[in-house]
Design a protein around this ligand. Structure first.
Ligand code: NAD
Length: 367
């Protein structure tokens, strides 16, 4: 008999390698269920290209309904060459991911960039800089700023084209994303770097003022500020010097991709998009690998399932409040890497090359 709490998870595997890596994510969650007496109900639904083919749209109504009834969404990836000729608004990413973010008000994007000590060879950065690995978490504001501010238009004026985008942040938007970052830093090494451009932008002035003021509520977190241009340089120069990075939408978009590239292994990187807290610090969220559907290797059974498996760990941490179970998954991933098991994307001479399924099984067995 299951004694612990039961969680309802909407499972949206999507296209390409999505279903292959999702299978392993669920396999690992089943091991977690047994070890930690946590119950899961998986509601598997179509999304993306496969949903366009079978249901006529990328985000069918019954998929959205399943998400509404769930405690969290475990997402694979969507898209592929087959759907690239559709009108942009109907394409899998735009017609599934963006509406989901909007519908659930997912304003906080968390992207950990972890380079394990055994995988520093994959980093494009000099070994002397990344030796021993690094672990940085980027907390990016996802629903405001330059991407969504109004007015926003492209028009002809006086015989010339004019493009306008508006960078706009309300104090409340800054507060709620900063809270996520302070709380995350508190759970980690307790260091937060807030990114802005306060020397040029009014948005930066307000951002810095609010974050500085909030730091008083978190005496256990050490806060420092960096201008975004300097942050981009410091990340390359010394990624080990960072713990948690907090940035608005545009800056976070760029810096989180830079950080992913610093690790060199896309197949290892999870992500979370979180909404408002629903109970204590528990939040509704959508969890997905940082990479895409990898059409070049889809169907071959060689994709790295770690990003999907670590996304499940983030789901346990942020939407279920199950920190021990999340840490157990992360520990199991570190253990398989330490034991020399590698999928093709991270394989080097002297290690054992394993399939998607073997990797999932080995991680599940170490929970
Ligand atoms: P991609 O991330 O799918 O692939 C880039 C490279 O990384 C490829 O060589 C791929 O084989 C490799 N890779 C990615 N994940 C891997 C994994 N888990 N294991 C091993 N190797 C992995 O990016 P892309 O090629 O630019 O995009 C392919 C498709 O995915 C496109 O249709 C794009 O629109 C879509 N996409 C979807 C999402 C999403 O659903 N969130 C994100 C990015 C791209």
């Amino acid at each position: 008999m299951m004694a612990g709490k039961k969680y309802n998870i909407a499972v949206l595997a999507g296209d390409g390698i999505g279903p292959e890596v999702m299978k392993q994510g669920l396999h690992v969650l089943e091991s977690v269920s047994k070890k930690f007496a946590i119950g899961f109900e998986f509601d598997e639904k179509r999304v993306g290209g496969i949903a366009i083919d079978k249901d006529g749209k990328a985000l069918p109504a019954d998929t959205l309904k399943a998400c509404e009834q769930a405690d969290a969404i475990l997402f694979g990836s969507v898209g592929g060459p087959k759907w690239e000729s559709l009108p942009p608004a109907e394409q899998p990413e735009r017609a599934a991911l963006l509406p989901l973010r909007k519908h659930f008000g997912l304003f906080a994007n968390l992207r950990p960039a972890v380079c394990l000590p055994e995988l520093t060879h994959a980093s494009p950065i000099r070994e002397s800089i990344v030796e021993g690995g690094f672990d940085v978490l980027c907390v990016r504001e996802l629903t405001g700023g330059l991407y969504f501010g109004e007015p926003k238009y492209l028009k002809e004026e006086g015989g010339e084209m004019l493009a306008v985008d508006t960078m706009i942040y309300w104090e409340g938007e800054i507060r709620r994303i900063a809270k996520v970052a302070f709380e995350a830093a508190r759970r980690r090494k307790g260091r937060l770097t807030s990114i802005d451009k306060a020397n040029v932008l009014q948005n930066g002035v307000l951002w810095r003022r609010i974050v500085t003021e909030m730091a008083k509520e978190y005496p256990d977190v050490t806060l420092n500020h960096l201008y975004v241009d300097n942050a981009a340089m410091q990340l390359v120069k010394n990624p080990k010097g960072f713990d948690v990075i907090l940035a608005e939408n545009l800056f976070g978009d760029i810096l989180s991709d830079e950080m992913a590239m610093l690790t060199g292994s896309l197949g290892m990187l999870p992500s979370a998009s979180l909404g408002e807290a629903v109970e204590g610090s528990r939040r509704f969220g959508m969890y997905e690998p940082s990479g895409g559907t990898a059409p070049d290797i889809a169907g071959k059974g060689i994709a790295n399932p770690v990003a999907q498996i670590l996304s499940a760990a983030m789901l346990l941490r942020y939407s279920c409040g199950q920190e021990d179970a999340a840490a157990a998954i992360e520990g199991a991933v570190r253990a398989v890497i330490r034991d020399g098991l590698r999928t093709a994307d991270i394989w080097t001479e002297g290690n054992k090359k394993v399939s998607t399924e073997e990797m999932g099984r080995e991680i599940a067995s170490r929970i």
